[in-house]
Write a protein of this length. Structure first.
Lengths: 191, 182
């Protein structure tokens, strides 16, 4: 009986040592997530804030981004972490924005007040302009949308955008030009 | 050979500059024909206005401020769903209290003007040290030579050598400090 107790207590102590070693290795292997958060957190929050314009949504999108990063291929570190987090954050934010717009469109017309504002006032209304632009950005094709958000909202250089999206800086410049033209046409139609 | 190469390069540079200015004058956004066309074309006016509107909306989006603790809150919310071992890390605790910091360039931009002034002062001092003092030394040597020649003509070579010995070193720049200050 005494031997059994001894063996059991030994097993428990070995188990706890094993658990401790395992948790240490997890910390070691996933510490880069915290470093990524420290390095790009501020830029990501700025990007998300400018896309979403709502603080709670920003926190949710930020959380989603890092959860996806932590679970990337079973906890592996992506080759280009910056590219990964920026693309994921962008996609998460756009999905949230689309959902929000769809919900807003489901509401009856009377509740959505902006439609009732007369046109010249609308043009000077910064909130209205921002919301319209956000709606238009969600409708852009992915390759153009990524360039616009990374260039104009994250304020990255064309070279950095090229690296993130796997295209050349010149291509990014062309995409941005096309995107602005499309947005201009759509924003005119909105009125 | 090198001279011709240099001339060709200068010519190329001039042609490039001329081409650039001519093209931007004729086809740039400030070209007269373009301005005239836009003044008369309502379609182009509409396009320009709508492009301006997009840029305006983008500026509004960029200038909208958020709460100072947004980064802190986002970090806290994210760290709360990470593995427990990561949550207890010191770095994680620091991230939970992190506030946005201005970028290096933004932080030091206020010193930019003073730095430029300081650099200019250093350059001027260096130029003075190298250029002015070396020419002062040359001037002194030549003056000494002329004086020696004069003495040699007037009182003879031996006496001139005595007054101006050959191993006299040219004066160092430090000798001129008093002179420049005066």
């Amino acid at each position: 009986m005494g031997e059994l107790t001894l063996m059991f207590s030994k097993a428990i102590s070995y188990g706890s040592v094993w658990d401790y070693a395992a948790s240490e290795s997890v910390v070691e292997s996933q510490r880069w997530i915290l470093s990524t958060m420290q390095k790009y957190g501020q830029e990501l929050v700025t990007l998300l804030w400018r896309i979403l314009g709502n603080e709670q949504d920003v926190c949710d999108a930020y959380q989603d981004t890092f959860l996806q990063l932590a679970h990337f291929e079973g906890g592996q570190k992506p080759d280009n972490v910056k590219a990964y987090v920026f693309r994921v954050a962008n996609n998460v934010a756009i999905s949230m924005l689309r959902r929000r717009i769809a919900e807003k469109n489901r509401l009856p017309m009377a509740i959505t007040s902006s439609k009732s504002i007369s046109s010249p006032v609308k043009e000077l209304n910064s909130k209205y302009l921002q919301e319209t632009l956000r709606e238009c950005i969600t409708q852009l094709p992915e390759h153009l949308r990524d360039v616009v958000t990374l260039r104009d909202l994250a304020e990255l250089s064309y070279a950095q955008i090229g690296k993130i999206l796997g295209i050349s800086g010149a291509t990014a410049r062309v995409y941005r030009c096309k995107a602005i033209q499309l947005l201009a046409v759509w924003m005119n139609k909105e009125e | 050979m090198k001279m011709t190469e240099m001339k060709t390069k200068n010519k190329c540079r001039r042609i490039r500059a001329w081409l650039y200015s001519t093209i931007s004058r004729s086809f740039g956004p400030e070209a007269n024909w373009l301005n005239d066309h836009i003044m008369r074309c309502p379609r182009c006016q509409r396009r320009l206005v709508s492009c301006g509107k997009v840029n305006l909306a983008l500026s509004f989006m960029k200038s909208q401020p958020h709460e100072l603790d947004l980064l802190m809150r986002a970090n806290t919310q994210t760290i709360a769903v990470l593995k427990h071992s990561l949550r207890s890390e010191l770095k994680a605790q620091k991230l939970e209290t992190k506030l946005p910091e201005p970028k290096m360039l933004e932080r030091y931009s206020k010193y930019g003007h003073s730095l430029v002034n300081l650099a200019a002062c250093i350059v001027i001092l260096l130029l003075m040290k190298i250029g002015v003092f070396s020419s002062m030394g040359q001037f002194h040597n030549q003056g000494q030579r002329v004086m020696k020649q004069y003495y040699a003509r007037q009182v003879g070579e031996d006496l001139a050598d005595e007054v101006f010995p050959k191993d006299t070193k040219p004066p160092s720049s430090s000798n001129y400090r008093g002179f420049t200050n005066a």
